[in-house]
Design a protein around this ligand. Structure first.
Ligand code: MG
Ligand code: MG
Ligand code: MG
Length: 308
Protein backbone atom coordinates (compact mmCIF):
# COMPACT_ATOMS: atom_id res chain seq x y z
CA UNK A 1 0.00 0.00 0.00
CA UNK A 2 1.15 3.51 -0.81
CA UNK A 3 1.96 5.48 2.30
CA UNK A 4 0.89 8.67 0.65
CA UNK A 5 -2.70 9.77 0.33
CA UNK A 6 -3.54 9.41 -3.36
CA UNK A 7 -5.43 12.24 -5.02
CA UNK A 8 -7.13 11.40 -8.31
CA UNK A 9 -9.92 12.38 -10.67
CA UNK A 10 -12.10 10.04 -12.72
CA UNK A 11 -11.08 7.43 -15.29
CA UNK A 12 -10.52 8.76 -18.81
CA UNK A 13 -9.25 11.87 -17.08
CA UNK A 14 -10.09 15.30 -18.46
CA UNK A 15 -8.31 18.58 -17.80
CA UNK A 16 -10.33 19.25 -14.63
CA UNK A 17 -9.49 15.82 -13.19
CA UNK A 18 -5.77 16.26 -13.80
CA UNK A 19 -5.29 19.96 -13.06
CA UNK A 20 -7.53 19.97 -9.99
CA UNK A 21 -5.62 16.98 -8.57
CA UNK A 22 -2.34 18.85 -9.01
CA UNK A 23 -3.81 22.00 -7.46
CA UNK A 24 -5.24 19.99 -4.58
CA UNK A 25 -1.76 18.66 -3.77
CA UNK A 26 -0.30 22.18 -3.88
CA UNK A 27 -3.04 23.51 -1.61
CA UNK A 28 -2.58 20.59 0.81
CA UNK A 29 1.16 21.36 1.04
CA UNK A 30 0.45 25.03 1.74
CA UNK A 31 -1.90 23.91 4.50
CA UNK A 32 0.81 21.71 5.99
CA UNK A 33 -0.69 18.42 4.84
CA UNK A 34 2.45 17.01 3.31
CA UNK A 35 1.71 13.42 2.39
CA UNK A 36 -0.86 13.81 -0.37
CA UNK A 37 0.12 13.24 -3.98
CA UNK A 38 -1.65 13.92 -7.27
CA UNK A 39 -2.11 10.83 -9.43
CA UNK A 40 -4.27 9.89 -12.42
CA UNK A 41 -6.42 6.98 -13.61
CA UNK A 42 -5.64 7.05 -17.30
CA UNK A 43 -3.92 8.54 -20.29
CA UNK A 44 -3.45 12.29 -20.51
CA UNK A 45 -5.59 13.66 -23.34
CA UNK A 46 -4.26 16.15 -25.87
CA UNK A 47 -6.02 19.12 -24.36
CA UNK A 48 -4.52 18.42 -20.94
CA UNK A 49 -1.11 17.73 -22.50
CA UNK A 50 -1.26 21.24 -23.95
CA UNK A 51 -1.61 22.62 -20.41
CA UNK A 52 1.20 20.47 -18.99
CA UNK A 53 3.50 21.44 -21.87
CA UNK A 54 2.60 25.10 -21.48
CA UNK A 55 3.57 24.98 -17.81
CA UNK A 56 6.38 22.48 -18.37
CA UNK A 57 5.21 20.20 -15.62
CA UNK A 58 5.11 16.39 -15.70
CA UNK A 59 1.91 14.35 -15.69
CA UNK A 60 0.91 12.90 -12.33
CA UNK A 61 1.76 9.24 -11.74
CA UNK A 62 -0.58 6.64 -13.27
CA UNK A 63 -2.50 4.43 -10.83
CA UNK A 64 -4.11 1.17 -12.00
CA UNK A 65 -5.76 0.06 -8.77
CA UNK A 66 -5.66 0.61 -5.03
CA UNK A 67 -5.31 -1.85 -2.19
CA UNK A 68 -7.52 -2.25 0.81
CA UNK A 69 -7.48 0.71 3.21
CA UNK A 70 -5.43 2.87 0.84
CA UNK A 71 -6.16 6.46 1.78
CA UNK A 72 -7.52 8.46 -1.13
CA UNK A 73 -9.00 11.82 -2.11
CA UNK A 74 -11.54 11.82 -4.93
CA UNK A 75 -11.53 14.80 -7.26
CA UNK A 76 -14.10 15.64 -9.95
CA UNK A 77 -16.10 12.43 -9.42
CA UNK A 78 -17.70 10.26 -6.78
CA UNK A 79 -19.41 7.38 -8.61
CA UNK A 80 -17.45 4.19 -7.99
CA UNK A 81 -17.84 2.96 -11.54
CA UNK A 82 -15.92 6.05 -12.70
CA UNK A 83 -13.21 5.56 -10.09
CA UNK A 84 -10.18 3.37 -9.52
CA UNK A 85 -10.29 -0.41 -9.26
CA UNK A 86 -10.53 -1.33 -5.60
CA UNK A 87 -12.24 1.90 -4.54
CA UNK A 88 -14.91 -0.04 -2.58
CA UNK A 89 -12.30 -1.05 0.00
CA UNK A 90 -10.21 2.09 0.01
CA UNK A 91 -10.43 4.70 2.73
CA UNK A 92 -11.90 7.85 1.22
CA UNK A 93 -10.77 10.83 3.28
CA UNK A 94 -12.23 13.58 1.14
CA UNK A 95 -14.25 14.22 -2.01
CA UNK A 96 -14.20 17.50 -3.94
CA UNK A 97 -16.70 17.32 -6.76
CA UNK A 98 -19.30 19.14 -8.84
CA UNK A 99 -21.39 16.19 -10.08
CA UNK A 100 -24.49 14.39 -8.88
CA UNK A 101 -23.83 11.95 -6.04
CA UNK A 102 -24.61 8.35 -7.01
CA UNK A 103 -23.19 4.83 -6.62
CA UNK A 104 -21.24 6.06 -3.64
CA UNK A 105 -21.04 4.75 -0.06
CA UNK A 106 -18.33 4.75 2.55
CA UNK A 107 -17.71 2.76 5.69
CA UNK A 108 -16.30 5.68 7.61
CA UNK A 109 -16.99 9.39 8.04
CA UNK A 110 -15.31 11.70 5.56
CA UNK A 111 -14.95 15.26 4.34
CA UNK A 112 -17.09 15.97 1.30
CA UNK A 113 -17.22 19.23 -0.62
CA UNK A 114 -19.95 19.22 -3.24
CA UNK A 115 -20.90 22.38 -5.09
CA UNK A 116 -23.03 22.59 -8.21
CA UNK A 117 -20.45 24.73 -10.00
CA UNK A 118 -19.22 24.33 -13.55
CA UNK A 119 -15.86 22.95 -12.48
CA UNK A 120 -13.99 21.36 -9.58
CA UNK A 121 -11.24 23.96 -9.90
CA UNK A 122 -13.76 26.70 -9.12
CA UNK A 123 -14.40 25.00 -5.78
CA UNK A 124 -10.63 24.76 -5.20
CA UNK A 125 -10.18 28.39 -6.18
CA UNK A 126 -12.62 29.44 -3.47
CA UNK A 127 -10.89 27.17 -0.96
CA UNK A 128 -7.57 28.70 -1.96
CA UNK A 129 -8.94 32.17 -1.40
CA UNK A 130 -10.51 31.29 1.94
CA UNK A 131 -7.25 29.73 3.11
CA UNK A 132 -5.50 33.07 2.66
CA UNK A 133 -2.67 31.51 0.63
CA UNK A 134 -1.37 33.38 -2.36
CA UNK A 135 -2.26 31.85 -5.73
CA UNK A 136 0.85 31.63 -7.92
CA UNK A 137 0.84 31.97 -11.70
CA UNK A 138 1.20 28.21 -12.20
CA UNK A 139 -1.79 27.39 -9.99
CA UNK A 140 -3.81 30.14 -11.64
CA UNK A 141 -3.19 28.66 -15.09
CA UNK A 142 -3.99 25.13 -13.89
CA UNK A 143 -7.31 26.23 -12.40
CA UNK A 144 -8.14 28.49 -15.35
CA UNK A 145 -7.47 25.59 -17.74
CA UNK A 146 -9.91 23.38 -15.85
CA UNK A 147 -12.60 26.03 -15.91
CA UNK A 148 -12.08 26.72 -19.62
CA UNK A 149 -12.25 22.99 -20.36
CA UNK A 150 -15.34 22.16 -18.30
CA UNK A 151 -17.32 25.25 -19.32
CA UNK A 152 -16.00 25.51 -22.90
CA UNK A 153 -14.78 29.04 -22.24
CA UNK A 154 -17.86 29.84 -20.12
CA UNK A 155 -20.25 28.95 -22.97
CA UNK A 156 -21.66 25.74 -21.48
CA UNK A 157 -24.98 25.98 -19.57
CA UNK A 158 -23.14 24.41 -16.62
CA UNK A 159 -21.35 27.74 -16.11
CA UNK A 160 -22.22 29.50 -12.85
CA UNK A 161 -21.40 32.99 -11.61
CA UNK A 162 -18.75 31.40 -9.43
CA UNK A 163 -16.93 30.06 -12.50
CA UNK A 164 -17.13 33.42 -14.27
CA UNK A 165 -15.75 35.25 -11.28
CA UNK A 166 -13.02 32.69 -10.65
CA UNK A 167 -11.82 32.78 -14.25
CA UNK A 168 -11.83 36.57 -14.25
CA UNK A 169 -9.64 36.71 -11.16
CA UNK A 170 -7.38 33.87 -12.31
CA UNK A 171 -6.79 35.69 -15.59
CA UNK A 172 -5.41 38.65 -13.67
CA UNK A 173 -3.05 36.44 -11.67
CA UNK A 174 -1.96 34.41 -14.71
CA UNK A 175 -1.37 37.55 -16.77
CA UNK A 176 -2.31 35.82 -20.02
CA UNK A 177 -5.09 36.43 -22.53
CA UNK A 178 -7.50 33.75 -21.35
CA UNK A 179 -9.59 33.74 -24.52
CA UNK A 180 -6.62 33.26 -26.76
CA UNK A 181 -4.98 30.68 -24.49
CA UNK A 182 -8.29 28.89 -23.93
CA UNK A 183 -9.11 28.56 -27.59
CA UNK A 184 -5.65 27.16 -28.33
CA UNK A 185 -6.03 24.71 -25.46
CA UNK A 186 -9.49 23.55 -26.55
CA UNK A 187 -8.35 23.22 -30.15
CA UNK A 188 -5.40 21.08 -29.07
CA UNK A 189 -7.98 18.61 -27.77
CA UNK A 190 -9.86 18.44 -31.06
CA UNK A 191 -7.12 16.85 -33.13
CA UNK A 192 -8.57 13.35 -33.35
CA UNK A 193 -6.75 12.10 -36.43
CA UNK A 194 -4.32 9.72 -34.80
CA UNK A 195 -6.87 8.05 -32.55
CA UNK A 196 -8.37 4.71 -33.50
CA UNK A 197 -12.16 4.46 -33.32
CA UNK A 198 -11.82 2.39 -30.13
CA UNK A 199 -9.81 5.20 -28.57
CA UNK A 200 -12.19 7.85 -29.88
CA UNK A 201 -15.21 6.35 -28.12
CA UNK A 202 -13.39 5.99 -24.81
CA UNK A 203 -11.38 9.23 -24.66
CA UNK A 204 -14.05 10.89 -22.55
CA UNK A 205 -16.58 8.18 -21.78
CA UNK A 206 -18.66 7.83 -18.66
CA UNK A 207 -20.45 4.65 -17.70
CA UNK A 208 -23.74 5.10 -15.90
CA UNK A 209 -25.34 2.31 -13.97
CA UNK A 210 -29.01 2.10 -13.05
CA UNK A 211 -30.96 -0.78 -11.60
CA UNK A 212 -32.38 -1.71 -14.96
CA UNK A 213 -29.90 -0.19 -17.36
CA UNK A 214 -26.22 0.28 -18.00
CA UNK A 215 -25.25 2.92 -20.50
CA UNK A 216 -22.33 4.99 -21.68
CA UNK A 217 -22.26 8.62 -22.73
CA UNK A 218 -19.02 9.44 -24.52
CA UNK A 219 -18.06 12.82 -25.87
CA UNK A 220 -15.44 14.30 -28.18
CA UNK A 221 -14.84 17.95 -28.91
CA UNK A 222 -14.29 19.09 -32.46
CA UNK A 223 -14.23 22.15 -34.67
CA UNK A 224 -15.94 20.16 -37.46
CA UNK A 225 -18.66 17.60 -36.77
CA UNK A 226 -18.59 16.63 -40.43
CA UNK A 227 -14.95 15.69 -40.21
CA UNK A 228 -15.66 13.22 -37.40
CA UNK A 229 -18.74 11.84 -39.18
CA UNK A 230 -16.56 10.72 -42.06
CA UNK A 231 -15.60 7.92 -39.71
CA UNK A 232 -19.17 7.06 -38.67
CA UNK A 233 -19.10 3.51 -40.01
CA UNK A 234 -15.97 2.49 -38.14
CA UNK A 235 -17.07 4.40 -35.05
CA UNK A 236 -20.30 2.38 -35.04
CA UNK A 237 -18.32 -0.85 -35.32
CA UNK A 238 -16.27 0.11 -32.27
CA UNK A 239 -19.42 1.07 -30.36
CA UNK A 240 -21.16 -2.21 -31.19
CA UNK A 241 -18.16 -4.13 -29.94
CA UNK A 242 -18.17 -2.15 -26.71
CA UNK A 243 -21.91 -2.76 -26.24
CA UNK A 244 -21.36 -6.51 -26.54
CA UNK A 245 -18.30 -6.63 -24.31
CA UNK A 246 -19.78 -4.57 -21.52
CA UNK A 247 -23.41 -5.62 -21.93
CA UNK A 248 -24.61 -2.07 -22.42
CA UNK A 249 -28.22 -1.16 -23.11
CA UNK A 250 -27.31 1.94 -25.01
CA UNK A 251 -24.24 3.89 -26.09
CA UNK A 252 -24.44 7.60 -26.85
CA UNK A 253 -21.48 9.15 -28.63
CA UNK A 254 -21.68 12.94 -28.65
CA UNK A 255 -19.62 14.90 -31.15
CA UNK A 256 -19.54 18.43 -29.82
CA UNK A 257 -18.78 21.47 -31.96
CA UNK A 258 -16.95 23.76 -29.53
CA UNK A 259 -17.07 26.78 -31.83
CA UNK A 260 -20.82 26.77 -32.52
CA UNK A 261 -21.95 25.00 -29.33
CA UNK A 262 -23.97 22.15 -30.89
CA UNK A 263 -23.70 18.37 -30.80
CA UNK A 264 -24.45 15.48 -33.11
CA UNK A 265 -25.02 12.19 -31.30
CA UNK A 266 -24.55 8.67 -32.63
CA UNK A 267 -26.71 6.19 -30.73
CA UNK A 268 -26.60 2.39 -30.73
CA UNK A 269 -28.03 -0.31 -28.47
CA UNK A 270 -31.29 -2.02 -27.54
CA UNK A 271 -32.64 0.99 -25.71
CA UNK A 272 -32.10 3.33 -28.64
CA UNK A 273 -35.75 4.38 -28.59
CA UNK A 274 -35.41 5.78 -25.09
CA UNK A 275 -32.96 8.32 -26.51
CA UNK A 276 -35.50 9.29 -29.18
CA UNK A 277 -38.08 9.67 -26.43
CA UNK A 278 -35.65 11.70 -24.33
CA UNK A 279 -35.06 14.31 -27.00
CA UNK A 280 -38.43 14.02 -28.81
CA UNK A 281 -36.67 13.38 -32.09
CA UNK A 282 -36.13 10.44 -34.43
CA UNK A 283 -32.70 9.03 -35.08
CA UNK A 284 -31.77 9.05 -38.73
CA UNK A 285 -28.96 6.76 -39.75
CA UNK A 286 -28.39 6.28 -35.97
CA UNK A 287 -27.79 10.00 -35.65
CA UNK A 288 -29.46 13.04 -34.18
CA UNK A 289 -28.49 16.73 -34.20
CA UNK A 290 -28.94 18.52 -30.88
CA UNK A 291 -28.83 22.26 -31.22
CA UNK A 292 -27.25 24.16 -28.36
CA UNK A 293 -26.30 20.96 -26.54
CA UNK A 294 -22.72 20.82 -25.25
CA UNK A 295 -22.96 19.54 -21.68
CA UNK A 296 -23.16 15.88 -20.81
CA UNK A 297 -23.79 16.67 -17.18
CA UNK A 298 -26.65 19.11 -17.70
CA UNK A 299 -28.11 18.47 -21.13
CA UNK A 300 -27.50 14.80 -21.91
CA UNK A 301 -27.29 12.73 -18.74
CA UNK A 302 -30.37 14.00 -16.86
CA UNK A 303 -32.62 13.77 -19.93
CA UNK A 304 -31.38 10.30 -20.86
CA UNK A 305 -31.41 9.07 -17.25
CA UNK A 306 -35.08 10.04 -16.90
CA UNK A 307 -36.14 8.21 -20.03
CA UNK A 308 -34.09 5.05 -19.92
MG1 MG B 1 -14.40 15.70 -15.39
MG1 MG C 1 -15.14 18.63 -13.85
MG1 MG D 1 -16.06 17.01 -19.40
Amino acid sequence: MEEKVLIFGHKNPDTDSICSSIVREILDKKNGWNNTIATRLGKINKETQYVLDYLQIPAPKLIEKVEENQEVILIDHNEFNQSVEGIENAKILLVVDHHRIANFTTKEPLYYTAKPYGCTSTILYEEFKNSGHKIEKKEAILMASSIISDTLLLKSPTTTKHDIQALEELEKIARIDIKEYGLEMLKAGTNLDDFSEEELISLDAKTLQKENAKFVIAQVNTVSIEEVLKRQESIEKAISKKIQEEKLDVFVFAITDILNSNSEIIVLGDKKESIEKAFGKKLENNRMFLEGVVSRKKQLLPVIDKNI
